[in-house]
Design a protein. Structure first.
Length: 364
């Protein structure tokens, strides 16, 4: 970026609770702009919201805006009202399409336990105290994108199939992201696969070992995905960075979410080779609570912090947001999902107000 370039953030609220939680993150962003952060903001449609207006989950207008921005802040997509829509027009397809269109192959999902929320975790506090792990998930390959795929009738029997496929180029590039992340942390990387039964995992493991030669300071280990799922809930602090495929990463990151007390606390970043990224909470659109004003906006607000750090190189602004969240939790402010029994749960906007008030104090 040249000095004259003003970074542009594309905001895609999406469906369900998406607009509610994104609204709080945008308020935080506006606070930073008022305090000197130079960014432009524009809005677009994706998922069901886009389908309802354009009959496409990833319309041309959003494609153009995505191509011309520096980073994207996304809410969530999907809802039961779209279950009967053809698969290629469903909200979730919009998410897959934007990831593929921008080549967002590396998904970073931190699982950090805030000390104030140790009692909200479903595990014993001593198992999760000081938990700080990072899951690096390959995002544009594997079984979600593999061909052939179909649902058909053969000999009067319904059947369906999908294809899990990776080539060495795809594995190589996600390996480098994971090793680099490990170098900045505790220098331990665990690669998760199913090499005892899957050929695709055998190649995955081979390439991981090859790339490891370039990172001798990082300790590499391998674990089968079923064991990794068990170890995540048995002794999660053994992990520093985990790297895995699209399908396995999808599952393991949700398991890791509950270690932190709430899936509503976890942000994520999806990056391409140029650090252009899409940032979103890892939870879904939660249609059952949409419109009730009770969703936790912290994962979205923390996703904005990741956006500022990774795509805009605004480290101080990112730290200010994270500090405002920590202070808010220290003050005992809780939405329903992280409320301790007996304590009063606040609304989505109340949580946003509390973070904003603390951010204002930090920025002054």
């Amino acid at each position: 970026m040249t000095n004259s370039h003003i970074p542009k953030i594309l905001v895609l609220p999406g469906d369900g609770i998406g607009p509610e939680i994104v609204n709080e993150a945008v308020r935080v962003l506006e606070c930073l702009r008022e305090n000197g952060l130079s960014v432009e903001v524009e809005h677009g449609l994706i998922g069901g919201a886009a389908y309802d207006k354009t009959h496409s989950p990833f319309p041309a207008d959003t494609i153009a805006k995505a191509d011309n921005c520096d980073a994207i802040l996304l809410g969530a997509v999907g809802g039961p009202q779209y279950d009967q829509v053809e698969r290629h027009l469903r909200p979730e397809q919009g998410l897959l399409d934007i990831r593929a269109h921008l080549n967002l192959f590396a998904n970073l999902r931190p699982a950090l336990l805030y000390a104030e929320l140790a009692s909200a975790s479903s595990l014993k506090p001593e198992l999760v105290a000081d938990l700080d792990l990072l899951i690096v998930r390959e995002l544009t390959g594997g079984i979600y994108f593999g061909q052939p795929r179909a649902q058909e009738v053969k000999n009067n029997v319904r059947r369906a199939y999908n294809t899990m496929v990776y080539d060495e180029v795809e594995i190589n590039r996600i390996a480098h992201v994971a090793f680099l992340a490990a170098q900045k942390r505790d220098k331990r990387l665990c690669s998760v696969d199913k090499a005892n039964v899957l050929e695709v995992s055998l190649l995955w493991r081979e390439v991981m070992e090859e790339v490891h030669q370039q990172y001798p300071d990082v300790e590499l280990s391998h674990m089968y995905v079923d064991n990794a799922a068990m170890q995540l809930v048995r002794a999660p602090k053994q992990f520093d960075v985990m790297v895995t495929s699209n399908l396995f990463g999808d599952i393991l990151s949700d398991a890791a979410a509950m270690l932190t007390g709430s899936i509503g606390m976890l942000p994520s970043a999806s990056l391409n080779q140029d650090n252009k990224g899409m940032y979103e909470p890892i939870h879904g659109s939660a249609p059952d609570i949409a419109g009730k004003g009770i969703a936790n906006p912290l994962a979205t607000i923390l996703s904005l912090a990741m956006l500022l750090r990774y795509s805009l190189n605004q480290e101080q602004a990112a730290k200010n947001i994270e500090q405002a969240v920590i202070v808010t939790l220290q003050q005992g402010v809780r939405t329903q999902d992280i409320a301790i029994s007996g304590s009063q749960a606040v609304s989505t906007s109340d949580m946003g107000d509390a973070v904003l008030a603390n951010l204002q104090k930090i920025c002054i």
